[in-house]
Design a protein around this ligand. Structure first.
Ligand SMILES: Cc1ncc(COP(=O)(O)O)c(C=O)c1O
Length: 451
């Protein structure tokens, strides 16, 4: 098969590998991955679920299934989390996407209360019907101003925005050229929209160019959407957006950039990678999420063309057929956006960047590999999945809360700790966190014999 026309087969997975070579001496809790349970043959659907559940429970019993944790209070620089097995871990919190530490900001909370007072807590309809409140239009306009893109459409989540943007725009004869590491919502949107998906190597703009030339040569009659991210969520790196946009334009394609992690948290005025690359207002389509910097559920798609917005309103199913953002969520996002654009926002971004740099540098001092560029996501390479599971358990016990990312979310045996930094983290706290990571990794190496 033409490898350039391959469809993605897993979420965020660069190169699908279906079986992990067995490592002698490791228990079942340290072997296998959730991918194994996607490929099981058999007629009994419930049995497939039970097989996965038994594996996940076994991992939980051994303290190496660090998912589904529950917060015991606000997601601050320190927090308390309860694991699925009931164990409580309290400590330094690098597991929340609360980049500017706005979740308890007095202005944000006051805005939420005022909205609740006026509207109650329910939007009670989709944005296509009667789910918008007066302030929804104001939020769209303010966000458009911030992005220098006049048209903005809101979605109930960032995932829905990514999925909806692609499914809403791309018909089944059209093509999607997409970074192999793009977020799950973008791959799922592409899969739902068209069979003509062309994966490009991560950040490889030359590969995008070759694909554009090839697709245009073979099919001069249909549309092409190029899809990428501003800051990649597992690797914390960024593409050359200007080159991608120029290439898209030269080949009659549109570019969509997902700025979920960088909008608000990076750039002098909070314009994210678009601002850092001097491209505010110059990319065809931008989508993002409110769940990182903007202290709320929700997402958006921004564009320059009213017709595209109206088209998406009808053809992006999660916009049309899902309840709109609640009045409280709209008020929270507006309050956060005001802060993002203010001097206080700039000061918070400065504090955030100091913490990011302190964490990256402290980890480096311990000889630990950190991926990507300075951003609120600090991906810490742990290596083999089994080693990473044990290291993560030891970190939790030692008072560091951070999320484990393993195959198939990233390629096999390149498991990492995804540390998410916030403005309220101090450099001293970051140094302590790095120390805990180093200790836990050394301990896990001793326990597993893995490097
Ligand atoms: C790059 C990217 N896009 C979209 C999303 C989805 O955002 P939300 O949490 O608002 O659904 C995420 C969430 O983690 C993400 O990392």
């Amino acid at each position: 098969m033409d490898d350039l026309l391959d469809r993605p087969t897993t979420e965020n997975a660069p190169a699908p590998v279906t079986t992990e070579p067995p490592t002698p001496g490791l228990g079942a809790e340290l072997r296998g991955s959730s991918f194994d349970f996607l490929t099981q043959p058999g007629t009994d659907l419930a049995a497939k679920a039970q097989a996965f559940h038994a594996w996940a429970q076994h991992r939980t019993q051994h303290g190496v299934f660090p998912y589904g944790k529950r917060l015991g209070g606000r997601p601050g620089a320190t927090a308390e989390l309860t694991l699925l097995d009931g164990q409580r871990h309290a400590g330094l919190n690098f597991s929340s996407q609360e980049y500017l530490s706005l979740a308890r900001h007095p202005q944000v909370c006051a805005a939420a209360l005022m909205a609740m007072d006026r509207y109650g807590v329910h939007s009670a309809g989709s944005t296509a019907l009667a789910g918008n409140v007066e302030e929804t239009t104001a939020l769209e306009a303010e966000l458009g101003e911030h992005l220098r893109m006049p048209e903005v459409l809101l979605f109930p989540t960032g995932w829905a925005a990514g999925f909806g943007a692609i499914k809403g725009l791309v018909r089944e004869t059209d093509h999607v050229i997409i970074d192999q590491l793009a977020h799950n919502c973008l791959h799922e949107g592409a899969k739902a929209a068209t069979p003509h998906i062309h994966l490009h190597r991560h950040l490889d703009v030359n590969h995008v160019e070759r694909l554009l030339q090839r697709v245009r040569r073979r099919d001069p009659h249909n549309g092409i959407l190029v899809v990428t991210e501003g800051c990649f969520s597992m690797d914390a790196d960024a593409p050359d957006l200007a080159r991608l946009q120029a290439l898209a334009r030269a080949h009659g394609a549109l570019l969509l950039a997902d700025v979920a992690h960088d909008l608000g948290s990076l750039g002098a005025s909070g314009g994210g990678q678009l601002e850092l690359q001097g491209l505010l207002g110059q990319v065809d389509l931008v989508m993002g999420s409110f769940s990182k910097t903007f202290a709320s559920n929700g997402g958006f798609v921004a564009c320059h063309d009213r017709a595209i917005k109206e088209y998406l309103r009808f053809y992006a199913a999660p916009n049309t057929f899902s309840n709109a953002l609640s009045p409280v969520q709209v008020a929270v996002v507006r309050a956060c956006l005001r802060l993002v654009r203010s001097d206080e926002g700039a000061a918070r971004r400065d504090r955030l960047m100091q913490a990011i740099l302190a964490l990256r540098s402290a980890l480096g001092t311990h000889g630990i590999e950190v991926l990507g560029q300075p951003s609120p996501i600090v991906p810490v390479m742990l290596g083999p999945d089994a080693l990473a599971r044990v290291a993560c358990r030891e970190m939790g016990a030692a008072g560091l809360l951070a999320n484990l990312v393993e195959y198939p979310a990233v390629s096999l045996n390149s498991a990492r700790l995804r540390m998410q930094v916030m403005a309220d983290h101090t450099p001293a706290l970051c140094a302590t966190a790095a120390h805990i990571v180093a200790d836990a990794l050394a301990k896990a190496r001793g326990m597993t014999g893995l490097q």
